[in-house]
Design a protein around this ligand. Sequence first.
Ligand code: HXC
Length: 290
Amino acid sequence: MAAVRALLPRVRAVLRPPARGPALRAFASGANFEYIITEKKGKNGSVGLIRLNRPKVLNALCNGLIEEMNQALEAFEKDPTVGAIVLTGGDKAFAAGADIKEMKNQTLQDCYSSNFLSHWDRLTQVKKPVIAAVNGYALGGGCELAMMCDIIYAGEKAQFAQPEILIGTIPGAGGTQRLTRAVGKSLAMEMVLTGDRLSAQDAKQAGLVSKIFPVETLVEEAIQCAEKIASNSKIIVAIAKESVNAAFEMTLTEGNKLEKKLFYSTFATDDQKEGMTAFVEKRKANFKDQ
Ligand code: HXC
């Protein structure tokens, strides 16, 4: 039981109203980002929307863009009114990969000494669910960014690929690992070794994306899904996300053990009491995220 109780403060810490740090101030004051656009969407502003916005270079993921995205994620993570986040790009490109012009002259020494690309991992540490809404190209780092999200929705013309092999390198932000777990060895290996693209339809069939929508309604559909998630208890949603993600890191026995502990931990929350009481009283639950 001690172990179970120990899990709750970690989740609560994220959901607690924020100390007003620099990132949140920047967001709250509507600071103009250079490479992204952020908005709050949905009824009560419960959905944080991040739109990658470097259309002239098909949202090539330069360092500045990743840093701004991290700031926005931080701000939405700390905002107690936000229950889920949508990450999207433009109609032609979600993102055409890491910025090749920016990285082409890097040396091995540069990569090691600067811990190159380590700041890309911030997205994987967000406790609130993140939905990728992918229209157009999701190539290289763009595909990797989408795969770091919890759910991928695709527009009908989306194309996914890991084409790094064509420019003399390999995926470096989880492409060989997450793609393999998502679609299996044969297809992942084929994509990584040839650079060939996967259509939205094939990506859905392979299990990489969960739903496909027309280009023009994709983002709205993702926002609706995020809003639905945000209407649930934030603390229970965070626990559920942690439990599903553990499936990628643990054996079945370890994962089932963790799930059980996390399940038990929900019984220490007011929202579990409220949810089950509301069911018995035949009314809608009124979650307080406690
Ligand atoms: C920098 C890029 C870019 C990229 C496109 N552009 N992708 N700039 N990095 N990844 C720029 C082009 O140079 C061009 O700018 C403008 O965007 C429009 O691109 P075009 O090629 O003219 O458009 P189009 O003919 O429609 O072709 C689209 C495309 C092609 C098929 C997506 O741009 C392409 O192949 N891009 C590279 C895809 C790729 O290899 N991605 C993986 C990157 S490596 P100018 O100024 O010339 O007009 C990677 C490693 C990740 O992601 C490692 C871990 C993070």
